[in-house]
Ligand binder design. Structure first.
Ligand code: BES
Ligand code: MN
Length: 457
């Protein structure tokens, strides 16, 4: 039996028990943004550290940060000429709310049909565990032909505030020949995907303050500006009627789409019907003159992520709210400078704000887009995917953001293999997040083949 066959046999024979560790990880509610879950963050980091020690990692370190720990682990191959693969992952998840929209407990994994439902099932505890389970299958049945390093953070979903500094001050520790980052996903069940571009992001908040407290709207309405009305007027001016962003200078640095990009993007299809089906929206809406996949991959956006003002409880209450606030993100494309975009947005908003209110615009996070072909190891990964799915790999420019890829390219000089085994309708960041289990199993099989592809056979 070849080493691949032995590792696959081990995996399929021990599938049930190996899968348990995935369930155990999603049971830990490691919500990075919520201070009440600080202890769970440590639990998740410790769980992963024990798991990696358990499969034979000699060096496993938990590095404290100002917020959530960073885990580093290393397993050196017996082969002195072995290349080094750095695997990136995050063990934090988004909050589970709105809780009442979940059909099962977000932190109790539940199978329904072919899907496993849980917060983090897809983004990205399932991906992290797939990489570990594949590794265990290899380590239990033969020699590891490459050195493996793990870098697992707990702050990805809040913009990775500690990670840049850690990478910058640990470039020797993290030195590597290849980087696997399975935090992206697949285009569809039957389309194994390699992502070669990601959008960047500028995230900011606008706060409008008016009266010193909420006021009776009958007594004072009509005599002072209503912060909720003012904020709505500002938001309405952030887009033009054709769907483009109205902030002056927003598009200035974006080069026209190349013919090559157009062709490459048009090789995949995302129909309006499937957008409506997957999102449940009653219609498709977007910037005129671009296809859905162009809008997702190569065009920037501006979106309100959250709006808060006044009385939002049951029934009716008559007030002029004291304040209103909006959380706004811009997805950015290559050449747009995230700080410049923040400054343009801030200047524009301040310029259109009336002086009947006090207004503040402040930054949450900023990271540039990523675009890079031919990461080292790409052919090995493509071959492994094609072996498993028996279909050509799809190349995609993704709309989501994985800022660490840019940081690693700059600091370590290595491009990332961006992939993953989640699907567009997994509901990441949403209620009833899920993982398509058969696809997850194929993902593990792919990674087993990928790791072993660096051996002699
Ligand atoms: N895994 C996602 C990003 C992603 C999703 C990439 C689907 C490709 C396909 C990641 O965890 C995420 O949500 N990132 C944030 C980054 C932000 C907090 C800086 C995002 O894109 O909103
Ligand atoms: Mn993720």
């Amino acid at each position: 039996m070849s080493t691949v066959e032995q590792a696959l046999k081990y995996f399929y024979e021990n599938k049930k028990q190996l899968t348990e560790s995935y369930f155990d990880l999603v049971r830990i509610p490691s919500v990075s943004t919520d201070p009440n879950h600080r202890g769970d963050m440590i639990k998740a980091a410790e769980f992963l550290s024990e798991t990696l020690k358990g499969i034979g990692f000699e060096r496993v370190e938990i590095h404290p940060t100002d917020m959530h720990p960073i885990l580093f682990a290393e397993k050196i191959s017996n082969n002195p000429n072995a290349k080094t693969l750095l695997i990136y992952g995050h063990y934090d998840v988004q909050p589970a709310d709105p809780l009442d929209e979940w059909k099962s407990d977000p932190f109790q994994p539940e199978f329904r049909d072919d899907y496993l439902y849980a917060r983090g099932a897809s983004d990205m505890k399932g991906q992290v565990m797939a990489s570990i389970i594949a590794l265990e299958s290899v380590l239990k049945t033969g020699d590891l032909p490459i050195n493996i390093k793990y870098l697992l953070e707990g702050e990805e979903e809040i913009g990775s505030p500690s990670l840049d500094g850690f990478i910058i001050s640990h470039t020797d520790l993290l030195s590597c020949d290849m980087i696997l980052n399975p935090d992206a996903g697949m285009v569809g069940k039957d389309q194994p995907t390699l992502v070669y571009g990601l959008r960047g992001m500028t995230y900011f908040e606008v706060r409008v303050d008016g009266p010193k407290t909420d006021l009776h709207s009958g007594l004072w309405g009509g005599n002072v500006a209503n912060p909720a009305n003012v904020l709505s007027q500002i938001i309405a001016k952030l887009h033009n009627p054709d769907g483009t962003v109205a902030i002056p200078g927003f598009y200035d640095r974006i080069p026209p789409m190349s013919q090559e990009d157009k062709i490459r993007i048009s090789m995949n299809q995302l129909s309006e019907e499937s957008i409506m089906e997957m999102t449940g929206a009653p219609a498709v809406y977007g910037e005129a003159g671009f296809t859905p996949l162009e809008r997702q991959g190569v065009r920037p956006t501006l979106d309100v992520n959250g709006l808060y003002s006044g009385f939002i409880g049951e029934g009716a209450k008559t007030i002029i709210p004291a304040y209103a606030k909006a959380k706004i993100s811009c997805r950015l494309v290559p050449n747009q400078d995230p700080m410049e975009i923040f400054n343009l947005a801030k200047d524009y908003i301040l310029s259109i704000a009336p002086d009947t209110v006090r207004i503040k615009v402040f930054l949450h996070s900023a990271g540039p887009a990523y675009l890079a072909d031919d990461a080292p190891g790409a052919q090995n990964l493509v071959d492994a995917m094609q072996e498993v799915w028996q279909t050509p790999v799809t190349y995609k420019r993704e709309g989501g953001s994985i800022p660490v890829a840019t940081v690693m390219l700059r600091e370590l000089g290595v491009k990332s293999l961006l992939t993953g085994f989640g699907l567009p309708d997994d509901g990441i960041h949403a209620p009833n997040e899920r993982m398509h289990f058969p696809t997850w199993l194929k993902g593990i099989e792919t990674l087993i083949r990928f790791y072993l592809s660096f051996g002699g056979e």
